[in-house]
Design a protein around this ligand. Structure first.
Ligand code: C2E
Ligand code: MG
Ligand code: MG
Ligand code: MG
Length: 282
């Protein structure tokens, strides 16, 4: 199900820069139409407590299946949205739908503690973004502590002071902040201290061989010790094999996300999963 159509054959692509220009030319207008006509969809990938298997949160992932072009990868169309200034309207739509869903699940008595939303600094740059977010939160009767804002390690490198201050402000108001794709940039641990992160998501490349690679095991152990000392929660991304899951538990890693735990789900599928693990009130 989770396969994306390649927009053009790889023989046409000379360089990453050229590819991104071609993607823009091909996708910019159809994407604008898809946003306007609300043809995007959301998938929800559970974040799991490894010990118990319980869903502790869900990450919202944007999906676009264009009637003509086919299903597109978020890595591609989010890039295009950022390059063509459509990320604000796309991000606004994603946030609105995510908060609406969380409210609906609250009303239905489903117990989902948190929802995690990917955010581009370009959205935060928009002067009305954070006041709109606060209004949407109120409209859906949610508290800031229910929302995790995920920012990729790479995007933090390019962040302006204005954006960083907006995020600090939201953190003070109770929103959670997660550093996404940790370990993919050149930034190092120092980045973790620049914003008041409550969570770090370890990129799947750092745990791809965690079940047998001693260097990966040593690195993850160090990150877990660091996070225990600082109170920052660690979530490991891309858990694909049960042996990885076993080793993660052995290393003291408590939370994970990945195909072995659960693929990204439709809202109905997530609802069924949450329904199956409701604990009766004492
Ligand atoms: P991300 O935030 O790091 O999200 C996790 C990605 O890993 C998702 O890819 C998910 O489908 C994939 N994944 C989950 N489990 C596994 C696994 O076990 N193995 C492997 N190989 N992959 C796994 P997806 O949905 O293609 O999204 C790619 C990226 O696009 C996201 O990475 C995020 O950075 C961005 N993105 C997606 N939706 C949005 C959005 O609404 N707004 C923004 N700004 N970015 C978004
Ligand atoms: Mg993410
Ligand atoms: Mg990630
Ligand atoms: Mg990513």
């Amino acid at each position: 199900e989770e396969t994306h159509r390649q927009p053009f054959p790889s023989c046409c692509i000379a360089s990453p820069v050229e590819r991104s220009v071609q993607l823009q030319e091909l996708l910019a207008r159809p994407l604008a139409l898809a946003i306007e006509q609300e043809q995007l969809e959301l998938a929800y990938q559970p974040i799991i407590e490894l010990e118990s298997g319980r869903v502790i949160a869900a990450e919202v992932l944007c999906r676009w299946d264009d009637p003509v072009l086919g299903r597109q990868s978020p890595a591609d169309f989010i890039d295009v949205a950022e390059a063509t200034a459509q990320i604000s309207s796309l991000g606004r739509w994603v946030m609105e739908r995510a908060l609406e869903a969380l409210h609906r699940w609250d009303v239905a008595g489903l117990q989902l503690a948190k929802i995690c939303v990917n955010v581009s600094p370009l959205q935060v740059q928009d002067p009305t973004w954070s006041s709109d977010l606060l209004m949407a939160l109120e409209r859906h009767q949610l508290t800031p502590g229910r929302i995790v804002l995920e920012l990729t390690e790479g995007s933090i490198l390019e962040m302006s002071n204005h954006v960083a201050n907006q995020l600090r402000d939201l953190r003070r108001q109770g929103f959670e902040l997660a550093m996404d794709d940790f370990g993919t940039g050149y930034s190092g641990l120092q980045r973790l201290t620049e914003l008041p992160f409550s969570e770090v998501k370890i990129d799947r490349s750092l745990i791809s061989a965690i079940d047998y690679d001693q260097l990966q095991q040593a690195m993850l152990s160090a990150v877990i010790r660091l996070s225990d000392a600082t109170g920052i929660m660690v979530v490991v991304e891309g858990v694909e094999r049960s042996r990885q899951r076993q080793m993660l538990l052995t290393l003291g890693c408590r939370h994970g996300q990945g195909y072995q735990l659960s693929a990204p789900l439709s809202d109905l599928e997530l609802e069924a999963l949450l329904q199956s693990q409701i604990t009766p009130a004492a």
